[in-house]
Ligand binder design. Sequence first.
Ligand SMILES: Nc1ncnc2c1ncn2[C@@H]1O[C@H](COP(=O)(O)OP(=O)(O)OP(=O)(O)O)[C@@H](O)[C@H]1O
Length: 750
Amino acid sequence: MLTDLDLIGTIEDDDDVPEEPESEEDDENQPIVLNRKKQNNVKRSGDFNTDFVFGERDGQADDSWVMDDVMKQLKKKVATSLDEKIETVRKRRKNQEKDEKVSQKSETEEEVKSEEEEEEEGESSENEESEEEFSSGEETVLTKADTLRVKEKKRKKKTGGNSFFEDASQYDENLTFQDMNLSRPLLKAISAMSFTQPTPIQKACIPVGLLGRDMCACAATGTGKTAAFMLPVLERLIYKPRQAPVTRVLVLVPTRELGIQVHAVTRQIAQFTEVTCCLAVGGLDVKTQEAALRAGPDVLIATPGRLIDHLHNCPSFSLDAIEVLILDEADRMLDEYFEEQMKEIIRLCSHQRQTLLFSATMSEEVEDLASVSLKNPVRIFVNSNTDVAPFLRQEFVRIRPNREGDREAIACALLTRTFQDHVMLFTQTKKQAHRMHILLGLMGLRVGELHGNLSQTQRLEALRRFKDEQIDILVATDVAARGLDIHGVKTVINLTMPATVKHYVHRVGRTARAGKAGRSVSLVGEEERKILKEIVKKAQAAVKARILPQDVISKFREKITKLEKEIYAVLQLEREEKEMQKSEAQISVAKKKLEPGTDPESMERSWFQTKEERKKEKMSKALQEFDLAMRGKKKRQKFLENSKKKKELTPEERSQFEVLKAQMYAERAAKRERRPKRARAMPPEEEPAAKSSKPKKQKVKTVFDEELTNTSQKALKKYRAGPSFEERKKLGIQQRKKGNFKSKSRYRRK
Ligand SMILES: Nc1ncnc2c1ncn2[C@@H]1O[C@H](COP(=O)(O)OP(=O)(O)OP(=O)(O)O)[C@@H](O)[C@H]1O
């Protein structure tokens, strides 16, 4: 039987492989450069031949003026950055090595004099070089090229849809922005943003949005969904100016960074109009946001938590006047994480509204919401659910069962040898992301991290540095997987496979955006084969298996083992600094309390869910997940024993934990899928068929059916003997009720 990995990994050379245009960027067979040099962006116009052409974006719309506002709202500054700590530890290493060399030198000086000295100098200069790079012996091993094998999978064509929606996925190919009846300020903004031609999702959605219809739209990542919902909405605001300063459009997004981005895009589109817009996301200054909300901005972009906070604490702000509600990344907004908050927000929104649901992936929850609370919604699926970006090349690196500990080494090899800049590396946990930042930093790479354990300043700073090409690699968790539009990301690497195919689609969607090409490389272990199988099945283009030479991997493993002490040292520096900061914070809180005229209770805000409640909810979910994933008693025991015994995890355990985390989520997602679906306003297509077969099975038998048509031996015997005591009692009551007591004896006489 073929396994999924075998499917892409065991193709023979003479297998029938479809021709693929090889680009300059197709560098796997080119000599590998170990010295990290900046590579110029290679134009890939010939790579993909499609009907749709994105406009030239030489003058990539400058959103720095929009970002300035956001940065102003940020309060705290970072004490010392992680990079500074990494540099401190690296310097320490250098000094130590120098000292060692000096002491070695003096020892040998005593024994042999002049000749030996010369040799020492030679060695020392060699060592200094190998600190940053690799020794020449290693270099020959490390420049060995990876092998790539291709296999195209047969695809099943997806059919059908949901009868509940009116389908408008077909669009006029020749439609231009000028044909769409958009007003002049919007057309001016479109050309200022260098959009020459609408993308397919824009061609399909803008006309429908302008009609004021509810919509559920799905298109691949990076195909311009933001403008697809913003343009018709802004047009409606311009067409029907407001009577009072109230918020009329609410856009909900799952992450702060995405909120900031959507806000920036909205301001760009609305730059030549009177439309005002405001951002309310966590991590930014609450008071500034409150003041902005009181002014009644036309458009509000928010994350659910912060929005509810404002609704509870800002008396003059409400959602009564909301005319359009947009859920960007709709499937994420309606998943269990935001469930309670979304219920609350939808409850507070005006009923007379247009609702727009957008995402690259859709879920049952979205359909449920659409069927329950949308009015005659239009379904616009330009791409099928879970299609990856059109110009993405997908690669997979197989991790063999006993080689789980190779993951970090493989990632380091990929990042040092092949994909050196404009790379996003995704990890499952924040801890692993942090560790990879330190590890890659110690290897001399320019790297940053982005995840939920960082302050908002640190998160935005990492993003800015990556966008400005101050760092080459951004290590991130799924917080950066959705919606972020970072110009020029060439490669996405998955250290472990994400929890579901949908997570995968979004992660790899950070590259190959806006008509550009991109590549994803995912490391796949035995336990992740199922998800790989699904991805391969759904892939439109051939996927590739990348094989790294084993000696290269071994070299990197050795290097990582050597760096382990330094990683520990950096972590130690961080711990010490954290302790310091904690005590400083305590002192400043105490000082504030002692200040005359401050009543601490009056300063407190009321929360929809307190921090504690949210934490508790998260904890109980995490425990449930852990239990589910550790169903096997042996597995659970082994894991717990291991984690009790050792403080430091082995590379294998670390990888296993990453995989386990993804499994935990996948298990819970699967459990949710199995849950009975909520009532629908109209049943989906399959349901009527199911219903027609049901009545036959569950038809309640009448007395006629029960007694007169049953000719079995047992029934006849019973018929002759008459009803049992219980039956007689039951019958008696019934007959007494009917006033026909005599029929009982008549029954017996027969
Ligand atoms: N008509 C257009 N012409 C050229 N570029 C466009 C056009 N529309 C959008 N873009 C650009 O395409 C990129 C992706 O757009 P956007 O972020 O809206 O994609 P998305 O579909 O929302 O992606 P995701 O699913 O990842 O959120 C942006 O850089 C945007 O400026």
